[in-house]
Design a protein around this ligand. Structure first.
Ligand SMILES: Cc1cc2nc3c(=O)[nH]c(=O)nc-3n(C[C@H](O)[C@H](O)[C@H](O)COP(=O)(O)O)c2cc1C
Ligand SMILES: O=C(O)C(=O)c1ccccc1
Length: 386
C-alpha cells in the first residue's frame, strides 16, 4: 500500500502492544464520539443544521444513491492521489473546509488544525470567523498550503485590510462564502440560546484588524460588546451583488473561489464573472433547510462549467468512498467540514491528524481496490446510481 496506507499498518501493529486507536476510525461514529467529550452547546453548534435537519440528511442520502462498481486486475498497486488545484499542490484532492470559532471545541482551535494540516501537506482554508488571527494561524501552519475564506464585510476598507493581511501571511487563494450573509434558523443553538460570537469567540481576525479597530469609538479591550455588534453589522444581515465581484478583484490578485453555489446558472455567472473556482456546497445543511443534497447538483454544475473554472465540492463528505464519488461526478477536490472538528474536539492537533490520516488511507484503499490508479482520471462510468 502507498504512503497513506501506512496508517492502517500502524494501527494494526499497535494492537501487538495492546494499544487501540486514540478514538474511533469509523466516520459514522465520530459525531457520537465528539458528543461524549463536548458540552452540549458547542457540540450542538458543530453538529447542528438548519431547521428540521432535512438538508443535513439530504447530503448523506445523495451519496447513498451512488455506488462504486469495482474493476479487477487493473494494476492499481501504484496510485496517484496527488493533485494541484489553483496552483496549490496537495497530497490528495482534499482540503479542510473553513470552520469558524474552533476554540469552542478545543483551546488550541485553528492553531492545532493548522499544525495537523501542515504535517500532512493538506491545505486548510481559514475562516474569517476564526478564533486565532490570520497571522498566528499562518505561523502555526508554517510551510503548509493555506487559503483564506472571506465573510465579506460591507465596509470596503475593512475588507481590503483583511485581504492584504491574508496575502501577506501567505494565503494563496481567496474563498468568498456567499450562502451565509445571515445565519439561518438553527433550532439547536436557539434552544441553547447559544451564539459564540456574542462572547467574543470567532472574532480574532476582526479584533486584530487595524482598519476595523479604527472604526470603533473605544478599543475592544475597553468595550467588547460594541466591537462585537459593530463587526456583526458589517458581515451579517445584508447580502452583496454580482456587480460587486470586480471590487474584490481590485484587492486580491490571486485566484478567487465562490463558495455556496447550488444552481447551475449561478455557476455560469461565476464563470462569466471571471472567477477561478466554485465550491458546490450547501454549508453542510446549516443554511437552507430543505435545500437539495449538495451531491445531487454536482454533476449538472460540473458538466456546465467544469471546463471554465475549478469545481470543488463539500457538504456530507465522510469517507474515502464519498470522495471517490464526488470526484467521479466532476469535483476536482473536496472540502471536509465537521469530521475534522470532531477530531479536534477529541485530541487537538493529534485528533485532527488521526481523522485526516484515516480518511486519506480509506481514500487510497478505495481508489485502488475499486481498480483506479489516478484520482484525476475518475469519471461517472465508475459509478452506478442505485
Ligand atoms: C461549526 C461550523 C462552522 C463553520 N464555519 C464556517 C465559516 O466560518 N465559513 C464558511 O465558509 N463555512 C463554514 N462552515 C461550513 C463548512 O465550510 C462546510 O461548508 C461544511 O461544514 C461542509 O459540510 P460537512 O460538515 O458536512 O463536511 C462551518 C461549518 C461548521 C460545521
Ligand atoms: O456556523 C456556521 O456555519 C458559519 O458559517 C459561521 C458563521 C459565522 C461565524 C462563524 C461560523
Amino acid at each position: 500500500m502507498g504512503r497513506f496506507g501506512d496508517y492502517q499498518n500502524e494501527l494494526y501493529l499497535q494492537g501487538l502492544a495492546g494499544a487501540v486507536p486514540p478514538f474511533t476510525t469509523d466516520p459514522g461514529k465520530l459525531e457520537d464520539a465528539a458528543r461524549q467529550v463536548l458540552d452540549p452547546k458547542p457540540f450542538g453548534y458543530v453538529a447542528g443544521g438548519a431547521g428540521a435537519g432535512a438538508t443535513v440528511r439530504a447530503n448523506r442520502e445523495a451519496f447513498d444513491r451512488w455506488r462504486i462498481v469495482p474493476r479487477m486486475l487493473t494494476d492499481a498497486t501504484d496510485r496517484r492521489l496527488a493533485t494541484t488545484v489553483l496552483g496549490t499542490a496537495m497530497p490528495a484532492p482534499l482540503l479542510l473546509a473553513p470552520v469558524g470559532v474552533q476554540t469552542i471545541v478545543h483551546p488550541d482551535g485553528e492553531l492545532a488544525t493548522a499544525r495537523a494540516a501542515a504535517s500532512l501537506g493538506v491545505p486548510m482554508v481559514l475562516s474569517t470567523a476564526s478564533s486565532h488571527s490570520i497571522e498566528d494561524v499562518a505561523a502555526a501552519n508554517g510551510e503548509g498550503p493555506r487559503w483564506f475564506q472571506l465573510y465579506w464585510p460591507h465596509d470596503p476598507e475593512v475588507c481590503a485590510s483583511l485581504l492584504s493581511r491574508a496575502k501577506d501571511a501567505g494565503y494563496t487563494v481567496l474563498v468568498v462564502t456567499l450562502d451565509t450573509w445571515t445565519l439561518a434558523w438553527r433550532p439547536t443553538d436557539l434552544d441553547h440560546a447559544y451564539l459564540p460570537f456574542l462572547n467574543g469567540e470567532g472574532m480574532a481576525c476582526a479584533l486584530s484588524d487595524p482598519v476595523f479597530r479604527s472604526r470603533l469609538d473605544k478599543a475592544p479591550e475597553d468595550d467588547l460588546p460594541s466591537a462585537i455588534l459593530r463587526w456583526l453589522g458589517m458581515v451579517n444581515g445584508a447580502d452583496h451583488g454580482w456587480n460587486q465581484l470586480p471590487a474584490l478583484r481590485e484587492h486580491w490578485d490571486g485566484p478567487i473561489v465562490l463558495k455556496g453555489i447550488q444552481h447551475v446558472d449561478d455557476a455560469r455567472r461565476a464563470a462569466d464573472a471571471g472567477m477561478d473556482g466554485i465550491v458546490v456546497s450547501n454549508h453542510g445543511g446549516r443554511q437552507v433547510d430543505g435545500a437539495v443534497g449538495s451531491l445531487d447538483v454536482l454533476p449538472e454544475i460540473a458538466a456546465a462549467v467544469g471546463d471554465r473554472l475549478e469545481v470543488l465540492f463539500d457538504s456530507g463528505v465522510r469517507t474515502g468512498a464519498d470522495i471517490v464519488k464526488a470526484l467521479a461526478l466532476g469535483a476536482r477536490a473536496v472540502l471536509l467540514g465537521r469530521p475534522y472538528v470532531y477530531g479536534l474536539a477529541h485530541g487537538g492537533e493529534d485528533g485532527v491528524r488521526h481523522v485526516l490520516r484515516g480518511l486519506l488511507a480509506d481514500l487510497d484503499m478505495t481508489v485502488g481496490l475499486s481498480g483506479n490508479r489516478a484520482v484525476t482520471a475518475l469519471h461517472p462510468g465508475i459509478l452506478r446510481r442505485s
